[in-house]
Design a protein around this ligand. Structure first.
Ligand code: FES
Ligand code: FES
Length: 159
């Protein structure tokens, strides 16, 4: 049976009436037209669908939208401000940390969550944190470099 669910997505309230078991990812992409968040495996194994739910990274492909009712969601579309890209976005551009770009929204959201929790991670911590995000293009060295650059720039230091 459908339910009415209220989400705050990228600072805007959205109300959807839908099956509460539908994946949040489908609601974001199909109902709210926020297609930056990607479908990869659909079973919580690749990280392409990562969003922040009340500030915590979550796989939106396996999260029933009913569990997001009343919560705050940040997707890749909401990461930049009107004035500037997020430091992780800037760093991915500066390091060329993507090829096809399919994994990139999930990578960026995961890295943003890391820097929020741990602003100055070691390389080993970056690798461990990003471990659940897969890149078919094998861009891992540049991705790690980009996360290091973002951490350094947030501190005002050279990467
Ligand atoms: S699509 Fe969600 S983890 Fe792969
Ligand atoms: S850049 Fe292609 S999957 Fe990561």
């Amino acid at each position: 049976m459908d339910a009415t669910i209220t989400l705050t997505v990228n600072g805007r309230r959205a109300t959807v009436t839908t099956d509460p078991q539908r994946p949040l990812l489908d609601v974001l992409r199909e109902d709210l037209q926020l297609t930056g968040t990607k479908y990869g495996c659909g079973e919580g194994r690749c990280g392409a669908c990562t969003v922040l739910l009340d500030g915590q990274r979550r796989h939106s492909c396996t999260l029933p939208v009913g569990q997001a009712d009343g919560k705050t969601i940040l997707t890749i579309e909401g990461l930049a401000t009107d004035e500037a890209l997020h430091p992780v976005q800037e760093a991915f551009l500066a390091e060329g940390a993507f090829q096809c770009g399919y994994c990139t929204p999930g990578m960026v959201m995961t890295a943003a969550a890391l820097l929020k929790e741990k602003p100055d991670p070691t390389e080993a911590e970056i690798v461990a944190w990003m471990d659940g995000n897969l890149c078919r293009c094998g861009g891992y060295p540049r991705i790690v470099k980009a996360v290091r650059r973002a951490a350094a720039s947030a501190k005002g230091a050279q990467p």
